[in-house]
Design a protein around this ligand. Sequence first.
Ligand code: GLA
Length: 406
Amino acid sequence: MNEQSNRPNRQAAGTQQHFAERFGAHPDGVWAAPGRVNLIGEHTDYNEGFVLPFAIPHHASVAVRRTADGVLRVAGRQDVAGHGAVEVDLARLVAADGVRVAAELPGWARYVAGVFWSFGQSSREIGGLTAGYEIVVDSSVPIGAGLSSSAALECAVAVAVDDLANLGYNRRDLVLVCQRAENEFVGAPTGILDQSASLLSEAGHGLFLDCRTRVSRPVPLALAETGLQILVIDTKVSHAHESGGYGQLRQACETGAQILGVPALRDVGVGELCDAEAVMPGQIFARVKHIVTENQRVLDVVALLETEPFDAAALGELLTSSHVSMRDDFGNSCPEMDLAVETAVAAGAHGARMTGGGFGGSAIALVKASEADAVRDAVVRAFAEAGHAAPDVFPVLPSAGARRVS
Ligand code: GLA
């Protein structure tokens, strides 16, 4: 087992020990769910289009014990020193208006409670859900880095509760449970990309997902075998999708679809863009153009990866075009991100792009493994010269999705 794939088991031991210290008992088990990078297909998910993410080795883990007192007690491993656990009455939480409880909770605890609330809206096994739970949360997914730390936490809680309460959901339905928690309980109007990546990914593969039909298939992503690496460049510019830009972009896409008289931008082809430009304001057209061309790029990348041996240079070009499309048309990049992408490509990367919702977070760069250090050094140097905070640069391998680890 390599260093990256063994991480969840090592973290689980720490989470388990912390649980014992915090709650004075052994947990029933530990469940882990990964963060993700999106190889390509940005903002296409809520436009019912295509995405191609993969799970990364960084993950959230939860040690959980089912109790019988009707209370949800949640403690974070990192921030418990001196703090009590967050306590929530489960019957109140899973009630139809339980969404009001969100306002009483600290940010991170909303992702945990939100999953209980969301299960409560769709499950008939309310007794199992409201029995009582003690949970210790730990995570190695950097927060605010565009790597889906929140979805990782939701998905870890969802697989744990589904197991312990015998709720019997399949993975595709758990995606919707977690998305609903994020949309309605936390209040971030996001799509199904992150939760799908966390729950459905397979090691060594990307996850090609049609967000309209929710049909997915693994696509081989043999990086190490072909002498390649994907570097994450965490720009340290933090983002939050509960507020601001993300919702506005989503609205612009909906307006574009309405003007064109289609259910979603998924229904517009690249060949129709010329006509579209004539019937809408310039800024809406720019957003539409990104989505329409991005959907095509996802299909092109899947076709490339399914041809052996795949053409790394062509893949890199598609990644960089995706970035240029976000920078120039979608308007969700930022100067630090553009610098990361331009510097990585100038230093020899096959291609690079921002990954995730944008307005900060991380870029990914496809590099020859032998050139990874040179690319990292060039980016770190460029950030220092521009007076930006030092970025974190690290390689990621496509990893397994959520699972029980002890
Ligand atoms: C965030 C959202 C996803 C998706 C991406 C952009 O990560 O949570 O649903 O929209 O942004 O592709």
